[in-house]
Design a protein around this ligand. Structure first.
Ligand SMILES: [Zn+2]
Length: 454
């Protein structure tokens, strides 16, 4: 992509060192760098960018005043955020929302709209309007079976076999299906193992079918991303050799029973995407003040917010929450998001400590999950669950890029990588909510067009 900055030879000298002058398109000077690797913040850093990439990082004062310098004094620089689970339709409206909130890449693991044509138009939008669109990575369409999740459980005319969903029937046919989808520019195959969101449940896809999909996918260098909703399905994914797991929500690890399975997953370097926003989404109708905050951003469709406001009363929502979490917590009379966050947080922290590659993802596309903004909500839930901001930022950047196989180009702010980054007014290591104090967003070194807040 062509830089919007004119390439200009600039000569300058460093005050305090004998480093050579360099050519650059942009320098962010004197900024506190939080580079996404989970290491300590580096105050007083200067990032030099040329042709969209970081070409040098220095420390100390620089004596240069030029229009190509963005003064980062008292500001914090983090890598562009990567939503590890997003359904962005309609992309035209939602892409600028991701960018507004610093999400410079998204990963789409199939959707009701995800035909080859629609994927193609998302990719085109991302490359043709790079100043207001995130990078897009995606899987194949859902692989599931006839009469299973999500086609039966979320019945919708958008599910069309061969277009937005593939039904596996036998192992021979799986060979043909995988060969067919491998011709598309996909990172891997999305396999739905879930038995459905509510009783009565549907049958799960048999483990041997998942295993066959994995075997065939690996022939084409494709990963398999397993959609699960509980620990039983995690065991199926592990047994079948799936490469990544795209939900943590609904999973409750029994560390006495499940440690071996978890250790095997970690030994295989399986990435695991959080999507705890699915829990928060159930709490939303009980907290009308949260929707007030969404309204105040003036970035989302007012009619859509009104629709959400009328889906459930606060009372109905509380009754539903009580039912939903009753089993898990002995009939807890008034479940709170903080309780859910700390329940999940314990398992997630244990996974992190063991070296699991946890990735922040929102599952935006569902009600009450807002493209861009909810990424910050997901990070806040991690903080509520006891995870340190430095680890949360790593999950949101480095770990996501690792899952997507693009860590050599994205995910951290290091020399040689693309300058996808977010400049913040306040320190996100002091409070992860400070990732919302966005000064500016860059994709490939280019200042992005943010939506005007009123
Ligand atoms: Zn999803």
């Amino acid at each position: 992509m062509k830089s919007t900055y004119t390439i200009l030879l600039l000569i300058f000298t460093l005050n305090c060192s004998n480093q050579n002058p360099v050519e650059f398109d942009l320098v962010i000077s004197n900024v506190t760098l939080i580079n996404g690797t989970g290491g300590a913040a580096q105050p007083n850093s200067n990032l030099f960018i040329k042709d969209g990439k970081i070409i040098d990082i220095t420390e100390g004062d620089i004596a240069v005043s030029d229009e190509k310098v963005l003064d980062g004094t008292n500001k914090y620089l983090i890598p562009g955020l990567i939503d590890g689970h997003a359904h962005p339709s309609p992309a035209k409206e939602n892409f600028p929302r991701f960018i507004h909130f610093g999400v410079t890449s998204i990963f789409v693991p199939g959707c009701g709209d995800c035909s080859n044509e629609n994927y193609q138009s998302m990719r085109a939008l991302s490359s043709e309007s790079p100043l207001s669109s995130p990078r897009i990575f995606h899987t194949s369409q859902h692989f599931t079976m006839e009469g299973r999740h999500p086609v039966k459980t979320y019945a919708n005319p958008k599910w069309v076999e061969g277009k937005t969903v593939y039904y596996v029937r036998d192992t021979l046919q799986i060979e043909t299906l995988v060969r067919e989808v491998s011709e598309q520019p996909i990172l891997g195959i999305k396999v739905t193992i879930e038995d459905g969101p509510d009783p009565p449940f549907v049958e799960r896809i048999p483990t041997e079918f998942v295993r066959k999909i994995v075997t065939e996918a690996h022939k084409y260098d494709l990963n398999v991303f397993a959609h699960v909703s509980d620990m039983e399905e995690v065991r199926i994914a592990e047994k079948a050799g799936a490469d990544h797991i795209i939900h943590f929500v609904g999973v409750d690890i029994d560390w006495e029973k499940d440690t071996e399975v978890i250790d095997r997953l970690i030994a295989r370097d399986v990435s695991w995407v959080t999507t705890i926003m699915i829990d928060k989404m159930f709490f939303y109708p009980a907290h009308p003040e949260w929707l007030e905050e969404i309204t105040s951003w003036n970035i989302y469709d007012t009619a859509e917010i009104e629709r959400l406001r009328s889906t459930k009363s606060a009372e109905e929502a509380r009754a539903f929450l009580k039912m939903l979490y009753a089993d898990a917590w002995d009939g807890l009379p008034d479940p709170t998001l903080a309780q859910v966050a700390s329940n999940n947080g314990e398992d997630l922290q244990a996974l992190l400590t063991k070296g699991c590659n946890l990735v922040i993802g929102t599952d935006t596309g569902n009600d009450f999950i807002f493209p861009g903004y909810s990424f910050h909500e997901e990070m806040e839930i991690m903080q509520m669950g006891g995870i340190e901001p430095k680890d949360i930022i790593k999950m949101a950047t480095h770990n996501a890029a690792k899952m997507l196989g693009v860590l050599d180009e994205l995910g951290t702010l290091e020399v040689g990588k693309f300058a996808d980054m977010v400049l913040l007014e306040k320190n996100p290591l002091a409070d992860i909510k400070n990732t919302l104090t966005i000064h500016s967003v860059f994709r490939e070194g280019n200042l992005q067009t943010r939506i005007k807040e009123k």
